[in-house]
Design a protein. Sequence first.
Length: 487
Amino acid sequence: MDHSRVPVLEALQEFRRRGDVAYGPPGHKQGRGVDPRVADILGLDLFRADVLALNGLDDRRESQGVLSQAQELMADAVGAEQAFFSTCGSSLSVKTAMPAVAGPGEKLLLSRNAHKSVIAAVVVNGVQPIWVRPKFDVERHLAHPPEPDDVRRCLEEHPDAKGMLLITPTEWGTCADVAGVARVCHEYDVPLIVDEAWGAHLPFHSALPAWGMDAEADLVVTSVHKMGGAIEQSSVFHLQYDRVSPEALKQREDLLGTTSASSLVYATLDGWRRQMVEQGHDLLDAALHRALRIRSALDDLPGLRPMGREVIDEGFAASYDPLKLVIDVRELGITGMQATEWLREHRHVDTGGSDSCRISASITHADDDETEKILLDSLRALVDNADSIEKQSPVHLPDPATLELEQAMLPRDAFFAPVEHVPAERAAGRIAAEMISPYPPGVPAVAPGEVITDAVLDYLRSGVEHGVLIPDAADPSVKTLRVVARG
């Protein structure tokens, strides 16, 4: 296929050349009605590019095939049989992918270290989750993806399960043995869905972890805005084989997705695909060498421990993304949240993620010598000034087994059940009717339908005292909890 073509961008260019005047949405009419104060900040070209696909980029009948051509090029670029663009982020794409495989009341295997969007999909779709426990790293207090044998055990116990949803890479860059999990799923003739939100760049360089389509996954969801070059909310479904019906996937997406898709997302997805096909290997090669230099420099900074291939050598992950710099800061006597706040306040550097133990920074093809220097200078300053940061008592990190809560009700049933709010001191033993997700990375410590324990409460409440954010809880302070009412 001709990857110099960018059908969406070409259609936008042609729209401007023709000088079309639209009498439908968006109401700002390609920037004519935008408040100049807004345009001063965002730029008028952003609004000029905001054009409907129907009777805009394409005609009423979509006879030019603008979007379908762009999607065919994307599929060809990454080795998928089909690709579908989504403009609502991978949070919604996952909610779409799951019911394409399992319907209400049917079983679906899910990694328990899933993002809150996956748990939300369980509630919305009404599937019965069969949790596949992640591999827990006690020293780092990290959950890594489950292994093929974990998936096999669950399929042996639940042969009526309709498929598996695997999250890889994790927020912290560790990756599953996707090919191994796919082989197990296919032995049972069920599809493997991979939530590869952090892996849009993986198809374009052989030194990166395996790309889901190359590893025989059936359906892969990516967030191109995370590690790629498209704007926020850009997501793509990638499909191969015949275990997931493309018709079912499209209908589920139509059921849940927007009817006002953003041409800005479409255009940036289209342009990013061309860039990666034409220049991706060289751009990512430069990024990989940059990340290696930064990691080497961090090894010489006392108190900082960058995570590397030791997670593979120790058996916790099949691989890791070297472009994710995950740095343990506990030896500085501070939390990752404190490090993030200090870097923002004193160095105007915003890290990608943080928790009680670590911070993370993503290196992409967009980084250059200047951003490399800024990051290293800022981390050196953090080390030099760590003693000035107020020391806190540690977050009560629980034993991994205590985080494996009993599932007493289906998440959907618990979420929509009659509820009451109880003080945290009386919540142990009750069934949660809400998600409670320390953010980032946004993996629920408690999901609807799970039995709350004293250990998980102690972990959550000590975390809040140290600055952990829990935005999805009814009471973000976790002084009270939303539980299923007793009959």
